[in-house]
Design a protein around this ligand. Structure first.
Ligand SMILES: N[C@@H](CCC(=O)N[C@@H](CS)C(=O)NCC(=O)O)C(=O)O
Length: 229
C-alpha cells in the first residue's frame, strides 16, 4: 500500500500517527509530485491528501482510511475497549476534524495581514473556540484522550492541537488551547508519547520548510520540470 501524504498536512499526520502506533510496516509514504503543481486531483478527484493507494484503487479521506486500517488489522485497532469508549473516540476525532481543523483551514487564507478580512477571520476562529469548548467537556483526564490507552482520538487530536498552537496565533488571535484546563493538560502530556512526538517533529519540519522558503523552491522546481515555468 502507498499513502500519499505530506509532512505538514494535519489530516495526513493523523493517519501516519495511527500507522506508527499500530506498527503497520507495509505502507510506503509519498508526497504526490502533483502536490506542488496544485494538481492533486490527478491522484484523487477530491484533490486532497491523505490518499491510500491499495491494490484495486484509492481510498481518500483521513477518517475513511483510518477506519479501513482498523478493519484490516482488527487485533491492533485503536478504537477503544467498550461501546462507550468507542463512541467517545469517534466523537473526539470528529470534534478535531470538523470543528477544529476544518475551521482552521477555512481561516488560513486570512493569514496575510494585508489582505485579511477581520470579520471572516473572527467567524472561523469563533467556530474553533466553540469546538475547543466541546473538547474541554468531553476529553478524558488521563494521559490519553479516551480511557487508558492510545486511540484514534489521539491520532486526530495531536495534529489538530498542533495547528491550534502553531497556526491560529499567526492570525493575531490567542491560541485557543490557553483558555482550557483539561485540553491544555492533555496537550502537555500527549506530546511525550513516542508516536505523537514523531508526527509533531514531522509537522514542525514541514512548517520550517514552508516558512524558510524550501517548499517554495520545491514548487518552482516541480513547475520547471512540468514546463509550467
Ligand atoms: N476531509 C479531508 C481533508 C483533507 C485536506 O484538507 N487535506 C489538505 C492537506 S491537510 C489538502 O490536501 N489540501 C490541498 C488542497 O486543498 O488543494 C480528510 O479528512 O482527509
Amino acid at each position: 500500500m502507498k499513502l500519499y501524504t505530506g509532512d505538514l498536512s494535519p489530516y495526513s499526520a493523523k493517519v501516519r500517527m495511527q500507522i506508527y502506533a499500530m506498527g503497520i510496516d507495509d505502507i510506503d509514504f509519498e508526497l504526490p509530485p502533483s502536490f506542488y503543481l496544485g494538481k492533486l486531483s490527478e491522484v484523487s478527484p477530491l484533490g486532497r491528501i491523505p490518499v491510500l493507494e491499495v491494490e484495486d484503487g484509492i481510498i481518500p479521506e483521513s477518517e475513511v482510511i483510518a477506519e479501513y486500517l482498523d478493519d484490516l488489522y482488527p487485533e491492533r485497532a485503536l478504537v477503544g475497549a467498550t461501546p462507550r469508549q468507542r463512541a467517545d473516540v469517534r466523537l473526539l476525532s470528529r470534534i478535531a476534524d470538523v470543528y477544529l481543523m476544518n475551521n482552521i483551514f477555512m481561516a488560513l487564507p486570512q493569514l496575510p495581514r494585508k489582505t485579511r478580512v477581520d470579520a471572516i477571520r473572527d467567524l472561523f476562529v469563533a467556530q474553533v473556540r466553540r469546538g475547543m469548548g466541546a473538547l474541554e467537556r468531553h476529553i478524558g483526564e488521563g494521559p490519553f484522550a479516551v480511557g487508558g490507552a492510545l486511540s484514534r482520538a489521539d491520532c486526530t487530536l495531536v495534529p489538530a492541537l498542533w495547528m491550534c498552537e502553531n497556526t491560529v496565533p499567526r492570525l493575531d488571535v490567542d491560541n485557543p488551547i490557553v483558555a482550557t484546563e483539561k485540553v491544555a493538560a492533555y496537550w502537555e502530556k500527549i506530546q511525550q508519547n513516542e508516536h505523537a512526538a514523531r508526527v509533531l517533529a514531522e509537522m514542525t519540519a514541514g512548517m520550517k520548510a514552508r516558512l524558510d522558503g524550501t517548499e517554495r523552491k520545491m514548487v518552482e522546481a516541480a513547475r520547471a520540470k512540468a514546463g509550467q515555468g
